[in-house]
Design a protein around this ligand. Structure first.
Ligand code: RP5
Length: 164
């Protein structure tokens, strides 16, 4: 039986530079996860199968990243009630604004939680998935609290360069 709790899927191998930032966070928090390419338009049957099996496989969240006409998160969300966290990937021509609009503008009834364009969005999607899982997992909650505290301390320690 699978122990995967968070699925990270992306429309293309070219999205990996972005979505790897989500995977890095999941690894750091030791959250069981998987990462794979599930293209909405190049492998639509696989995409439907992935979404349809998500709940029975025990997935608690799906982080889905795509660029351009980024229909992957919305189509996954249409086929499962497992929460879908959408990450707009920066596209070559429109720098990801197209991806953002494609993912965030879901019509009423099928929500996709949409994050920032690019690597910050990918990392934050993972942190958000962890925050959801932490509702029922005190160990994960403590890891998240400690991670935030380290981040705060790093910000406190910031030294600014002299005025030029
Ligand atoms: C989308 O098209 C992918 O999510 C990717 O961001 C974009 C470009 O894909 P490739 O042409 O690089 O495979 O489906």
């Amino acid at each position: 039986m699978s122990t995967v709790e968070v699925g990270v899927v992306m429309g293309s191998g070219s999205d990996w530079d972005t979505l790897s930032h989500a995977v890095a966070i999941l690894q750091e928090f030791e959250v069981p996860h998987e990462a794979r390419v599930v293209s909405a338009h190049r492998m639509p049957d696989d995409m439907f199968a992935y979404a349809q099996a998500a709940e029975s496989r025990g997935l608690k969240a799906i982080i889905a990243g795509a660029g351009g006409a980024a229909h992957l998160p919305g189509m996954l969300a249409a086929k499962t009630t497992v929460p879908v966290l959408g990450v707009p990937v920066a596209s070559r021509h429109l720098q990801g604004v197209d991806s953002l609009h494609s993912i965030v503008q879901m019509p009423k009834g099928i929500p996709v939680a949409t994050f920032a364009i690019g690597t910050a969005g990918a990392a934050n999607a993972a942190l958000f998935a962890i925050a959801m899982l932490a509702n029922g997992n005190p160990v994960l909650r403590e890891r998240l609290r400690a991670w935030r505290e380290r981040q705060s301390e790093a910000a406190r320690q910031t030294t600014l360069p002299p005025v030029a």
